[in-house]
Design a protein around this ligand. Sequence first.
Ligand code: NDP
Length: 435
Amino acid sequence: MAEGSNTVHSPFLTYVSMLSLLTLCPPFVILLWYTMVHADGSVSQTWNYLYQNGFEGFINIWPSPSATACKIIGCYAAFEAALQLLLPGKRVLGPVSPTGNQPVYKANGVAAYIVTLVTYVALWRFGIFDPAIVYDHLGEIFSTLIFGSFIFCILLYIKGHVAPSSSDSGSSGNIILDFYWGMELYPRIGKHFDIKVFTNCRFGMMSWAVLAVTYCIKQYEKNGILADSMLVNTALMLVYVTKFFWWEAGYWNTMDIAHDRAGFYICWGCLVWVPSVYTSPGMYLVNHPVNLGTQLAVSILVAGILCIYINYDCDRQRQEFRRKNGKRLVWGKAPSKIVASYTTTSGETRTSLLLTSGWWGLARHFHYVPEILAAFFWTVPALFHHFLPYFYVIFLTILLFDRAKRDDDRCRSKYGKYWKLYCEKVPCKIIPGIY
Ligand code: NDP
């Protein structure tokens, strides 16, 4: 079987998907921000406003990109790029690509994460910069990101044509497909600045932690006190993002990096959708300081941390199993496995090990269950007065169910009869015994 990592995308589905991303997602981001910040988190309040004021009303609430927003985003992006380039880190090899390249990374994500958060809080404590300003200009920031990331993706497309960084690139012959799904798998500036590490990790994921802290500080400055609901939400989000950076080198082996090219689809998601939608439960809590009481707050916190740990352990188990060539014990026993061979696009035959015990014996994508539950636990401090804080959990559920299907399809075309064997051994896709 030929490795199916350069996924073949149907042009028609791409047009539909791109059209919806361009026409629905940017207005959604702005409406989400407006509802959380100016309409008490109430969808019906925003709906009534739009009903009464029509399209003109919608245009009136859309903030223009501003100089302040550009300065905030520019300083943040430059700071993160500098940390990515300058902080020391272990040399890490990524997975071998379909054309036989093996990207080399510098694993300095944890250091960048600590330096970012310590600097941000220090700027606040020493009165140099008030993070509440970020919250007060959030609409302009999202608006600037919407337009800025579109321009960024055009530049990425041009780079893919005129100066690709490796042989893992190329055109499908269709300009829209190339722009949307990307031209390059591993675009770089020079030899060392990896663009996907920047967009996905150091800009996107880092902004999640920075905004979570921003919402906390804003609530504290507004009310003079921090509600326990906000504390639980922020603590869980920060544990999640900390886990991400702790495991960042593992992330470089996942679909986002090793299979999906750097195009509008993934870059827009990381540069706009992550800072706005992923952080939205915290954005809601700024104006809704719910008090849960110690017992409930601690229970939610413990349940959330447990889910984040299980999700981490699933990823760790798979990667350790591969790293140790199937020789590491899984849940105290020798792992059960399938030795699956496949053919690369250059015609070479290679083998991969598929783990069929431990978490990976419960369901083929069991790791998505604790991922979704963790998101539920950092949202539930908002209680159930409004629907909108739960948008992220619902979106994530749809995204991961679709991703499980995409990954299954890709693995089926890559491993053929070996994947069929895995499906017979582990019949459920995500939820053991159910789906
Ligand atoms: P992974 O890339 O980690 O896992 C899928 C890949 O693992 C497959 O493509 C295959 O790659 C390999 N594989 C599949 N089955 C096995 C097996 N039994 N044994 C060994 N290897 C196997 O998946 P994701 O990128 O989807 O997830 C990574 C993490 O990111 C998860 O924790 C997930 O929850 C999280 N995530 C979060 C999202 C969010 O928006 N919050 C979105 C997506 C993911 P190969 O070709 O190497 O065989």
